[in-house]
Design a protein. Structure first.
Length: 243
């Protein structure tokens, strides 16, 4: 007997076709935001150890040429009385040659030094206040004599070169201070004016000293004359008296 009945191992079931009536609809904005917030972001790969380690910067040693330039800068500041710092803009080659020639007439020379040479020298010297002038490309006008007036006259003809400051006899001057210094008379003129003042003072002093003696001598002459007049008056009265 078979209790629940016999079922075949294979059974064919026929289904009817389903009609697809749902159409695509855009996702709701809130759901889009939620999906964007909950989106999985994979972690970035770790950088390699070679990238994490800082690069070791070895101290750069000065070359022989840089040491030579540094010695030249020290010699220039030691030997020259006038050092003018100028900002150098582009100037044609022929104009630069003419500019050098005009300066050389007054024994003024043009010197170029890079800032990597000038800044270390100024930091260790007594000219530290010149450091703000060395920002861009500069040039130096150096002379063993103080030719301030001649330097300004030549710089007026070259607008590409602007004066920033100067150092005269170890005294640092601004641009306006250098202009005021150039307006001062030369040493020869100042010496002549000083000698004239001294001679005027000595002549005035001698006149003051002689004035007392002259006045005293005139008073004495007047006194002697008065005494003589008194004596003559007495003699005349005696002659007029019949005794």
């Amino acid at each position: 007997s078979i209790g629940l009945g016999w079922l075949p191992t294979l059974q064919l079931i026929r289904h009817g076709s389903k009609s697809v009536t749902r159409h695509w609809k855009p996702m709701h904005i809130m759901r889009q935001k939620l999906m964007a917030v909950t989106e999985y972001i994979p972690p970035k790969p770790l950088a390699s150890e070679t990238c994490m380690k800082p690069h070791v910067i070895l101290p750069k040693e000065d070359t022989g040429y840089e040491r030579l330039l540094l010695r030249q800068v020290k010699q220039i500041f030691l030997e020259n009385k006038m050092i003018v710092v100028c900002q150098y803009n582009y100037i044609p080659g022929n104009d630069m040659v003419l500019f050098r020639h005009r300066l050389r007439k007054y024994n003024i020379h043009v010197k170029f030094f890079p800032n990597k040479i000038m800044i270390p020298f100024l930091l260790e010297s007594k000219y530290k206040n010149l450091l703000p002038l060395f920002v861009e490309r500069n040039l130096l006008l150096v002379s063993m004599e103080t030719k301030a007036r001649e330097t300004l006259q030549i710089l007026k003809r070259v607008p590409q070169i602007n004066m920033l400051g100067a150092c005269i006899d170890n005294v640092i001057l601004s641009k306006q201070g250098f202009v005021n210094y150039a307006k001062l008379p030369s040493i020869v003129t100042a010496q002549g004016e000083t000698a004239g003042v001294f001679s005027l003072m000595t002549s005035h002093t001698s006149r003051l000293l002689q004035r007392g003696s002259v006045h005293l001598s005139s008073l004495l002459d007047q006194y002697v004359q008065q005494e003589n007049e008194k004596v003559e008056g007495k003699a005349d009265r005696k002659h007029q008296d019949p005794k």
